[in-house]
Write a protein that binds this ligand. Structure first.
Ligand SMILES: Cc1cc2nc3c(=O)[nH]c(=O)nc-3n(C[C@H](O)[C@H](O)[C@H](O)COP(=O)(O)O)c2cc1C
Length: 331
């Protein structure tokens, strides 16, 4: 089930974990995905540069396979990109911004650049900026969501618009049948967030993983309410106490919401104890202590299709095996 993008990146299967920020997709998850033949992606959005460098080095100690680092443009500084290039990361996946300032410099050191896009227009601009591939994100996706279009529409439209540039599909994918469908629609790889959030290696807090497994798509919704640290950026989350309280109080705008300035919990991030403010963007991860019902719980509609927490390598292999047999059966 390889694609030309697999061949050019050196992966065996076209399956990537999404770079879930704050280190939720850390070296252990990325290494497990790489080990199973996929592309492991470090979610480094929101982390300081020394922590990014350390994670890259930890990952390199766990695998000698190609991998990627994900950064979020509005949350990063030049130093974070320089660190990735100094460390010669094979692939840089950017999100929520213009990749053009980084493409030339990255190519000089042999780093491929992708950007996750939410519309055909954004993908066209990325292609014109010289990226090596575009990732398209359907509105079904968990976490911050860039666009408003379903993946089943956005993917084929983008494949046609940017051909022959490879396109990676993200949003709502959690099964091998869906991997096969995305490849059928022209994707050369798939990127899964919510499915890998529910892997043993992801650094999400156990109760957060359990809630995602128990949830269905109807329990998720798109909002801008968790905005402390990254304002005015829509995100898909699980409906929890934070959301219910906010709605019950009349969905008041920023500045007039109940409990603004409160702390809902704390957890270790990059060797420091970090406090999570109410309405903040950091999700509860390993070592979280506090009120998880009032923290942000990013989650995609694909939670309807996820009913277990498994080793990431098993997830990659199962997805690949099922997709392979679907595609083989059809031919
Ligand atoms: C918990 C979580 C955190 C995420 N963090 C990031 C991030 O830091 N950078 C990024 O590019 N995308 C991030 N995303 C979005 C993913 O890249 C991807 O678009 C999404 O997970 C795809 O939909 P799915 O969750 O249904 O697989 C995140 C998604 C989730 C679920």
């Amino acid at each position: 089930m390889t694609t030309p993008l697999c061949t050019s990146l050196g992966t065996e299967v076209p399956i990537w974990n999404a770079g879930m920020g704050g280190g939720l997709a850390g070296p252990e998850l990325a290494a497990a995905v790489c080990g199973a033949g996929g592309l492991g992606v470090l979610g480094m959005g929101g982390l300081p540069t020394p922590a990014i460098r350390e994670s890259i080095r930890q990952l390199r100690a766990l695998t000698d396979r190609p991998f990627a680092v994900n950064l979020i443009v509005p949350l990063m500084d030049e130093e974070a990109v320089s660190c990735c290039l100094e460390e010669r990361v094979p692939v840089l996946v950017l999100f929520w911004g213009d990749p053009s300032p980084y493409v030339e410099e990255a190519h000089r050191v042999g780093t491929r650049v992708l950007v996750q896009c939410g519309s055909v227009a954004e993908a066209r601009r990325a292609a014109a900026a010289g990226v090596d591939a575009v990732m398209v994100q359907g509105v079904e996706a968990g976490g911050h969501v860039r666009g408003t279009t379903a993946l089943s529409v956005l993917l084929p439209a983008t494949v046609e618009a940017v051909a022959p540039l490879p396109v990676v599909a993200a949003g709502g994918i959690a099964t091998g049948q869906q991997v096969a469908a995305a490849l059928d629609l022209g994707a050369q790889a798939v990127s899964l967030g919510t499915r890998f959030l529910c892997s043993q290696e992801s650094r999400a807090a156990q109760e957060y993983k359990d809630r995602v497994v128990a949830a269905t798509a109807e329990d998720t919704f798109s909002t801008r309410m968790f905005d402390v640290g990254w304002p005015d950026a829509p995100h898909r989350v699980l409906r929890n106490g934070a959301v219910r309280d906010w709605e019950a109080a009349g969905s008041l705008p920023i500045g007039s919401r109940a409990g603004e300035g409160d702390v809902v919990g704390k957890m270790p991030v990059a060797g420091q104890t970090v406090e999570l403010p109410r309405y903040g963007i950091f999700m509860p991860m390993e070592g979280f202590e506090g009120d998880l019902d009032h923290a942000v719980l990013y989650c995609g509609q694909s939670c309807s299709l996820i009913d277990d927490i498994r080793p990431a390598a098993d997830i990659v292999r199962d997805l690949a095996r099922t997709a392979d047999s679907v595609l083989a059966g059809r031919s």
